[in-house]
Design a binder for this molecule. Structure first.
Ligand code: GLP
Length: 242
């Protein structure tokens, strides 16, 4: 595991964006695994800058997002599809048909999850997977539990995640109570993983995830077993380990 501590959010975003940009430069038709949440927003801005500077093109890039809320469609401004369109896809030259986000409105949850997992496999897997970190150690929406879920599945969100994500909704009642997420197995199958975390409120979970025991009670801790992980945090998020 490579662990990089940057001074602030901006330099964390740039360093992590460079990992993704070099993947695209090395292989213009690569497959990116993408994440939502507040943390990667600066990173997406950096990638848009690189695109505008003519340094990278997304024309042949394929993407798979980690997760999506159940029960809201892609037009809804709280959906992760909407987030990705706004923060990245609508700002670069990507072919939208090559961008994949689980369908939050799927009628048959199991079939939708199997289809998503198979689409990743058929595509040849993910070259580089971006991850944020939930306060309870969740990655994607893999919440703390007694095992590491293997493949894409529907998950009930924990109270703490609903609470944390309610800041983005008008009221807590509007926060979906379940989501579709890649499994831990799906994430661990990526060739390379880049994790970003920022701010004092992530310091405790950064320590537990990367310097603590590997346990499904802290889903991100499994990343300690991945062969090619780069963790990029700012000083505040690293404050418990420095
Ligand atoms: C959500 C997403 C995660 C994300 C997490 C942390 O629950 N499903 O993929 O990593 O939030 O988000 P933030 O970066 O806003 O702290």
């Amino acid at each position: 595991m490579v662990f990089i501590v940057e001074d602030d959010y901006q330099s964390m975003s740039r360093t992590a964006a460079n990992e993704i940009a070099s993947c695209i430069k090395d292989n213009p038709s690569c497959t990116l695994g993408l994440a939502t949440g507040s943390t990667p927003i600066g990173l997406y801005d950096c990638l848009v800058q690189d695109f505008e500077a003519g340094e990278i093109s997304f024309k042949e890039v394929t993407t798979f997002n980690l997760d999506e809320y159940c029960g809201i469609d892609g037009q809804n401004d709280q959906s992760y599809r909407y987030f990705m369109n706004t923060h990245l896809f609508d700002r670069v030259d990507i072919d939208k048909a090559q961008t994949h986000v689980p369908d939050g409105m799927a009628k048959d949850a199991q079939a939708a999850c199997e289809h998503y997992e198979q689409a990743i496999i058929d595509n040849g897997g993910i070259d580089i997977q971006l991850l944020g970190l939930g306060h309870n150690g969740h990655i994607g929406f893999n919440e703390p539990c007694d095992h590491f879920p293997k493949a894409t599945h529907e998950v009930a969100l924990t109270e703490s995640t609903i609470q944390a994500n309610s800041r983005l909704f008008n009221s807590i009642e509007e926060v979906p109570v379940s989501a579709y997420t890649m499994g831990i197995g799906t994430i661990m199958a990526a060739n390379k993983i880049v994790v970003v975390a920022s701010g004092k409120d992530k310091a405790d979970i950064v320590k537990r995830a990367f310097y603590g025991e590997v346990t499904p009670e802290v889903p991100a801790s499994v990343l300690q077993f991945h062969h090619n992980v780069v963790v990029v945090v700012d000083k505040e998020a690293a404050s418990e380990i420095l």
